[in-house]
Design a protein. Structure first.
Lengths: 212, 212
């Protein structure tokens, strides 16, 4: 880690992630904790680049079955119809609610993919020690942390459709294993965003507060 | 351990050291380098948050006790609550998803509200006991996993999906969930954690509350 002057790490002080208190670590060796609230504190998160890459890779692996396996299967007297996430989007579009179809498409397909791509971009630029477009990258990181939870949408949809459509023997809906993989993708991308350290974007040097 | 000037902070997102200016009521300070919100002055924060969290508690109880919606088709009817959805997922074999849904939409918001009420009540007369700091630390985490807003959208999408198969009636629960979404958002928007941190006894036990 480079110690950029004008930063907490450069001055040997650590801000607490929970209460914000700035303190000097109590001894030469960690782990340290915040004197006010007791939260574990460190100059940077542990192995942020490796951990985030590992979690992104795991999420990408789960992304395929999440989209290929059915999230719900509709059984009627005459038929058994499995529905994937994209199938559900097409169905919503077909029944006339294109706004909801778009919302589900954005939440279930575009947000997870966008999160994976954005995190990969942040990691690559950090590893290349790029000092270009730092402020934009900082904003990108805050955005991807904020939107992550919305990709749980389809899991909630499946939960309530399954609970309500139990009109056996005429019609019933059972959840499919896509739900499990989909939940895994959401959790893994949330953990990936948490394991990345946005301070790395600024660690490659240059004047703090100066060029962006 | 040497003392740091109380108005110097380090940005949690980019680690830049900077002086926090005195904020006018309603004012917000952003990081000079990456633009992250450093602090906002929220007048009457504790009273407003108390009122909103008490109201959120009531909305939460109704949201969980009352049915969200009912369905009728072919002379059969069914209705579900939030926990009914969780139970259906569990019984249909998607146990991991069921547990996570329960965590995100029942346990996390419940803890969020309860922690907030306990924090506000216990810090009415400073100094606040040390456990208030621990609760405040945990409430940051429980708030991050609370997904009531996503669930509301999920309920609406499932309502539209089912409406193409059967006739659907929205229940009281769905309106309570709607109110809960707004109250939780107001609760976190009106809360200024710095007010509490300045009243809490320090975790290292050395300092009682400092000034203010």
């Amino acid at each position: 880690m480079t110690r950029v002057p004008g930063t907490g790490a450069g001055a040997g002080v650590i801000p607490c992630g929970a209460c914000g208190l700035l303190s000097r670590p109590a001894g030469p060796e960690g782990p340290w904790s915040c004197p006010r609230c007791g939260e574990a504190i460190a100059f940077r998160r542990r192995d942020p680049v490796q951990r985030t890459w590992a979690l992104i890779a795991a999420a990408a692996v789960c992304y395929l079955p999440a989209n290929l396996l059915p999230v719900m299967t509709t059984r009627t007297l005459a038929s058994v119809e499995p529905n994937t996430i994209l199938g559900g989007v097409i169905h919503l579009y077909g029944t006339g609610s294109w706004v909801l179809a778009l919302i589900v498409l954005v939440a279930s397909v575009m947000i997870p993919l966008g999160k994976l791509a954005a995190l990969a971009y942040l990691l690559v630029t950090v590893q290349l020690r790029s000092n270009r477009r730092r402020r934009e990258r900082a904003v990108l990181y805050r955005m991807l942390k904020a939107v992550g939870r919305w990709s749980m949408l389809d899991v909630f949809v499946a939960t309530f459709v399954v609970a309500l459509v139990q009109l056996r023997p005429f019609m019933s809906v059972v959840p499919g294993s896509g739900v499990l993989f989909f939940t895994a993708v959401v959790l893994l991308t949330i953990f990936a965003a948490e394991s990345f350290d946005p301070r790395l974007i600024w660690d490659s040097g240059g004047e703090p507060g100066g060029e962006r | 351990m040497e003392h740091l000037p109380a108005d110097i902070v380090a940005c949690l997102d980019c680690d830049l050291l900077q002086r926090l200016p005195a904020l006018p009521p309603g004012g917000t300070a952003r990081c000079a380098r990456c633009g992250m919100t450093l602090a906002s002055a929220k007048p009457g924060s504790l009273e407003r948050t108390m009122a909103l969290s008490a109201a959120a508690m009531v909305a939460f109880l109704f949201a969980n006790a009352e049915p969200l919606m009912g369905v009728s088709a072919a002379g059969r009817t069914s209705s579900t609550t939030i926990l009914g959805g969780v139970q259906a997922m569990w019984l249909q074999g998607e146990r991991v998803a069921a547990v996570l849904v329960a965590l995100f939409v029942v346990v996390a918001p419940a803890l969020d509200i309860l922690f907030m009420l306990a924090i506000l009540l216990a810090s009415r007369r400073p100094p606040a006991p040390r456990w208030v700091g621990a609760l405040l630390r945990w409430s940051e985490h429980s708030g991050a996993w609370s997904m009531v807003g996503v669930m509301l959208l999920g309920i609406l999408v499932s309502l539209v999906k089912i409406a193409s198969l059967a006739s659907v009636r929205p229940g009281i629960g769905i309106f309570a969930v709607g109110a809960l979404v707004f109250l939780l958002a107001g609760m976190s928007a009106s809360f200024d954690p710095r007010e509490i941190w300045s009243r809490v006894r320090w975790a290292d036990g050395k300092r009682p509350e400092t000034g203010r």
